[in-house]
Design a protein around this ligand. Structure first.
Ligand code: IPE
Ligand code: IPE
Ligand code: MG
Length: 254
């Protein structure tokens, strides 16, 4: 699976990936590989996280330009609490900082910020900043940016079940539609395309309900090097896929 990420980059940097017509409505990204990006340069992991944040800015702009309507970014999982305390604290501080520095600009561009994940375990100040950013941008419609922070698919499912039980939903009333309304992603279409950077072939607890029929695209490129050109490459590949949803497709032999 591992090939030279630099080789992948130079291929993506050629201009062969012009934008296809069939743009997915919802793209979700598992932004992985910050630590390895840093290690490859002899830098501390934190430098990788900082470079990763810089890259998010470019990718959000590109997603907006390309006509993607929903962009979900997986930035901190429920399992990431098991990392060294210093790294967890640094990641929390980076999110605070990013909210401070980026919210106004995103608001100006018509980006709506949403959050999926548990907010309870976040510090009061981070919670407040997150909620303010969500409130400020709630009427924007150009791009819905869904930040998966302290997010885990299993946690989300348990949270939804608890919500249904608290509302007294009867077993015979439970349906996929009702259940979907109790997920953090209520009201969002399922992701059409899930991208994972840094070559790992696993889901890592990301959108395990919503991704049931998503198309997957994995690149060896580490997240800080995943540039708009490479997003276009993923979109080109997506446009060539035949989504069958269990049915017989056009290219299935008859
Ligand atoms: C992704 O990069 C960012 C987070 C999970 C917070 P990693 O930190 O997982 O980088 P690698 O996988 O160790 O290279
Ligand atoms: C997935 O990356 C989570 C995020 C990108 C936030 P991880 O680096 O945490 O995943 P594993 O541990 O390699 O599965
Ligand atoms: Mg990782």
């Amino acid at each position: 699976m591992k090939s030279d990420p630099k080789a992948a980059d130079s291929k993506a940097n050629s201009s062969q990936y012009s934008l296809p017509e069939n743009i997915p409505t919802h793209v979700a990204i598992i932004m992985d590989g910050n630590g390895r990006w840093a290690r490859a340069r002899g830098l501390p992991r934190l430098a990788g996280h900082r470079a990763g944040v810089e890259n998010i800015r470019q990718v959000i702009r590109a997603a907006n330009d390309y006509g993607i309507k929903y962009l979900t970014i997986y930035a901190f999982s429920t399992e990431n609490w098991s990392r060294p305390k210093g790294e967890v604290q640094a990641l929390m501080s980076i999110l605070e900082e990013v909210i401070d520095t980026e919210t106004d600009e995103l608001h100006r561009k018509g980006v709506q910020i949403r959050h999926i994940g548990q907010q309870d375990q976040l510090s009061p100040i981070l919670k407040k900043k997150l909620r303010n950013a969500i409130e400020l941008t709630k009427d924007n419609i150009n791009l819905i940016l869904i930040v998966a922070w302290n997010y885990g698919g299993r946690d989300e499912i348990i949270h939804a079940i608890k919500g249904m039980m608290a509302d007294g939903i009867k077993p015979e009333e439970v349906s996929q539609d009702i259940f979907g309304r109790y997920l953090y992603t209520a009201g969002c279409p399922d992701p059409d395309l899930i991208i994972r950077t840094s070559g790992e072939l696993r889901v890592s607890n990301f959108l395990i309900w919503q991704g049931a029929y998503s198309e997957y695209y994995v690149t060896d490129t580490y997240w800080p090097d995943f540039k708009p050109e490479e997003l276009r490459k993923a979109l080109v590949e997506y446009a060539q896929r035949e989504r069958r949803f269990g049915r017989v497709g056009n290219t299935t032999p008859g």
